[in-house]
Design a protein around this ligand. Structure first.
Ligand SMILES: Nc1ncnc2c1ncn2[C@@H]1O[C@H](COP(=O)(O)OP(=O)(O)O)[C@@H](O)[C@H]1O
Ligand SMILES: [Mg+2]
Length: 248
């Protein structure tokens, strides 16, 4: 190879190296931009969810503080009315019954919006409350298996609680199941939450995840926000298993 050929090889090699360097730089920039976008998106969802929780808390205390005392006052006033006829007494008793029901329902609604136990006594006791109140209302056996002893962050608690609420609501609304299991376990690094039912399974006809209701999309959002991941395992007639793995 004469010196001129060597020169050409050198120039071509340098030019190729230059092009490869530019390509690598472009790929690097695209990845960087994508990561930036994902971070931003996560931030937006985080703010949205925090706003949602705040709004729920506001509605809960409005209902609790305004409507609750109003219902109690009506009930009190009715108790001091002296009915003129037997029929009036019957009507009054009926209204008192409706009022009692309205007070119980109001308590359930405010509890769902802002579970006080979660604030005061933590996730496990809040789940236990949810299990008891749900079993009272629905013919469903609910099992809670947990070895969680150490406290976890408030943020994780509220997301995991919402996930369990939605999983349970889905089971009641869609699964036709007789049994629902909540398994919450932890090792040194991770928390694993599994929600299992023995129902009909998620139909294949249910559209892709992005077009489903907000429940299933919310599962993935909440898992991502906590830096973890979510998986759904469901087969017709074999029930549904939702798994969340979250770093501690
Ligand atoms: N545990 C379940 N068993 C059977 N089907 C389910 C279950 N959970 C969800 N589905 C199906 O997936 C759909 C989407 O659920 P979701 O995103 O929570 O929305 P929504 O409950 O508002 O319909 C439901 O409409 C139902 O068809
Ligand atoms: Mg749902």
């Amino acid at each position: 190879m004469d010196s001129r050929q060597a020169e050409i090889y050198l120039v071509v090699t340098l030019a190729m190296l230059f092009i490869v360097a530019i390509l690598l730089y472009l790929v690097f920039r695209i990845i960087q931009k994508q990561q930036q976008f994902l971070r931003l998106q996560r931030q937006v969802v985080k703010v949205e969810m925090a706003t949602l929780e705040k709004e729920r808390a506001r509605i809960a205390s409005d209902l609790h503080d305004d409507i609750g005392p109003l219902l109690a006052a009506i009930k009190y006033r009715m108790a001091v009315v002296t009915p003129g006829a037997e029929q009036d007494q019957k009507e009054l008793n009926l209204c008192a019954g409706h009022l009692d029901e309205a007070i119980v329902r109001l308590r359930q609604v405010t509890h769902n919006l802002l579970p006080a136990t979660l604030e005061r006594r933590g996730l496990v006791e809040a789940i236990q409350d949810l299990v008891v109140s749900t079993e009272q209302l629905h013919p469903l056996r609910i099992e809670l298996i947990t070895d969680l002893r150490v406290p976890i962050s408030k943020e994780s608690e509220i997301h995991l609680y919402r996930v369990i609420q939605e999983g349970l609501a889905n089971c009641i609304q869609h699964a036709a199941a007789t049994c629902f299991k909540i398994r919450l376990t932890a090792d040194r690094r991770e928390l694993t939450l599994q929600l299992m039912d023995n129902g009909i399974g998620i139909s294949k006809k249910v559209p892709a995840e992005s077009q489903r209701g907000r429940g299933i999309a919310g599962f993935r959002n909440r898992a991502t926000l906590l830096g973890g991941h979510f998986s759904l395992d469901s087969e017709p007639a074999k029930g549904t298993v939702l798994t969340f793995v979250i770093p501690k």
